[in-house]
Design a protein around this ligand. Structure first.
Ligand SMILES: Cc1ncc(C[n+]2csc(CCOP(=O)(O)OP(=O)(O)O)c2C)c(N)n1
Length: 346
């Protein structure tokens, strides 16, 4: 993998992350209202895959549409205005963050869980009829894998040899339900049962995503068209939507928290562990380990901080990208908010 590719992927992810952080701020301030589902934590999946996408390819997304829309090149101002409900927004302010469409870029999003499947199948069928080498990508969460329309889409794509890349962004949560508690069997087995090639990857590792799709996507385009399935694991640290961070842990916080914490904390939460004084001792040990690793992360061991100080060409480019994106997003938000304030005062 070339340095240029790494920087491009980083730039794509940072553009999306910075815009979503600005969106979070506007939502907290009350300028954006209603539910807000962010794609923070999914950036590596989207960036890795979209870097292999060519003009004419179509993308259907779920309710976490900001990263794919930003990374595919939608005008961020139009996107931001859309979230603010403005008539100059991408969909005239009528779509909000979940129901977006760009005819030029063949991009669509929907809050109906599982519906990116049928949309992508439709796009792929059109590409096949037109005899182009384009593909369609469907992004969805693992919760959607129990929706009939997505299973029907897998079946149609397989039986009609349609070039659809099905991407399951698996964080094992569907709002407050742990997906593995309501899912029968193994997802990859289920997909392979349709005759579709399927692969599981770490969706937080942009290199892994990029590499997994580097050969798979070109294969889908040429010769015998065929669908492909990726299960990419990821985490949504902020919860299902803005404003409900710990709602998921309401039923049995100790039990549920244990499942998503790191191995050290998990070991302390074990029910059938040692005596309470020993366990308190372990907590102290864990806390000191956390403090120690924080200290280590805060200096030269943090790869991001190291790159920021790095005087090599890569380090310099990295810092330039960070600065450029942050000032672009700041200028965008300030510009949009000033325009809105002027409009309101007139
Ligand atoms: C057909 C349908 N059923 C239920 C809902 C309500 N709903 C919104 S998001 C969501 C959870 C989706 O989980 P998942 O697909 O794993 O995506 P995640 O939010 O975890 O990224 C549900 C059930 C919906 N929007 N559409």
């Amino acid at each position: 993998m070339q340095e240029r590719t790494i920087l491009e992927l980083y730039e794509a992810m940072l553009s999306s992350r910075s815009l979503e952080e600005a969106i979070t701020h506007l939502w907290n301030e009350g300028y954006i209202f209603g539910e807000m589902h962010l794609g923070i934590g999914e950036e590596a999946i989207i960036a890795g895959i979209l870097s292999h996408i060519i003009p004419g390819d179509a993308i259907a997304t779920d309710h976490r549409s900001t990263p794919p829309f930003v990374m595919r090149g939608v005008d961020p101002e139009a996107l931001l205005l859309e979230l603010l409900g403005h008539p100059k927004g991408l969909c005239s302010g009528m779509g909000g963050h979940m129901h977006l469409f760009s005819q030029d870029l063949l991009l669509t999003s929907s809050g109906i869980v599982g519906s990116s499947g049928p949309s992508a199948v439709g796009f792929a069928l059109a590409a096949k009829y037109r005899k182009t080498n384009n593909i369609a990508v469907a992004f969805f969460g693992e919760g959607a894998m129990n929706q009939g329309m997505l299973l029907e889409s897998l079946n149609l794509a397989a039986s009609m040899n349609l070039p659809v890349l099905f991407v399951c962004k698996d964080n094992n949560w569907a709002i407050t339900t742990q997906s593995n508690e309501v899912t029968g069997g193994v997802l990859l087995d289920r997909v392979q049962g349709f005759g579709i090639e399927a692969r599981e990857i770490d969706g937080s590792d942009v290199k892994a995503v990029w590499q997994a799709t580097k050969t798979a996507i070109p294969r889908m385009r040429g010769g015998k068209k065929s669908p492909y399935f990726i299960q990419a694991h990821c985490t949504h640290k902020e919860g299902h939507l803005l404003g409900d961070p710990l709602l998921r842990f309401h039923r049995a916080p100790k039990k549920e928290f244990g499942a998503v914490t790191g191995p050290l904390t998990k070991s302390v939460l074990h029910y059938k562990g040692g005596r309470i004084d020993k366990r308190i001792g372990s907590v102290a040990k864990v806390l000191s380990l956390i403090a120690k690793s924080r200290m280590q992360l805060s200096d030269s061991k943090d790869p991001i901080k190291r790159l920021e100080k790095d005087q090599t060409e890569l380090g310099k480019q990295f810092s330039q990208i960070q600065l450029a994106i942050q000032s672009e997003v700041d200028a965008l938000v300030t510009g949009v908010m000033n325009t809105l304030k002027q409009e309101v005062s007139q």
